[in-house]
Design a protein around this ligand. Structure first.
Ligand SMILES: *Cc1c(COP(=O)(O)O)cnc(C)c1O
Length: 339
């Protein structure tokens, strides 16, 4: 199939409309009815829907790439399917069976194949949603649900190359608390982070680093990316204790750091003090991949990490990951599947 004639180099990480999307609904017993591909566009929904009234909704974020083998590939799609089911269960929604999830993603990407950017110019960002679409009034799970998948071609997250981020540690807000829904990709988590993010941006920072809610001693994550800190040969990331989103990039970076770079990796309580004096600090996520953090502000003090430059290990991990994702390097771990 021909590639769309878009101005690929002008694409940012924004919603850029595509041809079509998928939508399926459950019956009142929570069983999935056959879904269908429809033109990309607005949907209609009950004003009494569970998602509009009580935030009963979850999402995923996935990228499809054009690879060096001249095919369209996904990175660890099965992991997204698993996490989507786990997130659904946490907010009492009927999970989308994992094979149905994977087949649906394939179907939508196939229908929008020509919107996948040329190799190295971005990706087709895939956004699966699951929400309570049936009407409720008292606080309770909705009677029926919608599973929607839309796609949008996106450019690289950082135009003009990766730049180290300038982050602000906040003690004024928490993203999530243990035993809450921070470990689910539940939509409510993100509305909670918009205000702290706005305040940080107004002060010139790129994003916020959240501390653990219990005693504010340990770092948790950035609003939509996981955190890592390197000192010598030891790479640490906060352990998954309930309030942190289990990132698939995080999981992959831990494996690459251990198996390919021979680093000692630890999932642990990561003290803020330790991170402020680290050799390298970076964050990970599907959108940012692996992104260096060059400055961290805390308590009116600016801490510069690695002279505000991308560190060697950060660069290697980023290259290893993007190499696998674009099939420029062999996929030893069986992480890649193709359309
Ligand atoms: C999605 C997400 C991440 C990154 O997860 P990936 O699977 O690596 O994309 C990290 N933190 C939060 C809060 C997220 O929502």
């Amino acid at each position: 199939m021909k590639i769309q004639n878009l101005d690929w180099d002008q694409l940012g990480f924004n919603v850029n409309p595509s041809r079509s999307m998928f939508i399926a609904e459950t019956d009142e017993d929570g069983n999935w009815k056959p879904g269908k591909i429809v033109p990309y566009g607005n949907i209609s929904i009950s004003p009494a829907s569970g998602v509009l009234n009580y935030g009963q909704g979850i999402f995923e974020g996935i990228k499809a790439f054009r690879s060096a083998k001249d095919r369209i590939v996904f990175f660890r799609l099965e992991e997204n399917a698993k996490r989507f089911a786990a997130s659904a269960a946490r907010v009492v929604m009927p999970p989308v069976p994992q094979q149905l999830f994977i087949d649906t993603i394939h179907e939508v990407v196939k229908a929008n194949e020509d919107y996948v950017p040329p190799i190295g110019r971005g990706a087709l960002y895939i956004r699966p949603l699951l929400c309570g679409s049936g009407p409720v009034l008292g606080v309770s799970p909705a009677p029926s649900y919608s599973f929607i998948v839309f796609v949008s071609p996106v450019g690289p997250y950082f135009k003009g190359g990766v730049k180290p981020l300038n982050l602000l540690v906040t003690k004024d807000y928490h993203r999530a608390a243990p035993k809450g829904i921070g470990n689910a990709k539940a939509i409510g988590n993100y509305s909670a982070s918009l205000y702290p993010q706005r305040l940080a941006k107004a002060r010139g920072y790129d994003e916020v680093i959240y501390l653990n809610a219990a005693n504010e001693k340990f770092v948790e994550e950035v609003g939509s990316a996981n955190l890592f800190s390197l000192k010598g040969k030891v790479l640490k990331t906060p352990r998954l204790a309930g309030s942190i989103l289990p990132g698939i990039t995080r999981m992959s970076v831990l494996r690459l750091a251990k198996d390919k770079l021979g680093l000692k990796v630890e999932e642990t309580d990561l003290e803020l003090e330790e991170m402020l004096t680290a050799d390298e600090v970076f964050c990970t996520g599907t959108a940012v991949v692996v992104c260096p953090i060059g400055r961290i502000a805390f308590d009116a003090e600016e801490h510069v990490i690695n002279q505000n430059k991308m560190g060697e290990v950060t660069r290697e991990l980023r290259n290893l990951l993007t190499g696998i994702q674009t099939e420029r390097t062999p996929d030893e771990f069986g992480w890649i599947t193709s359309l």
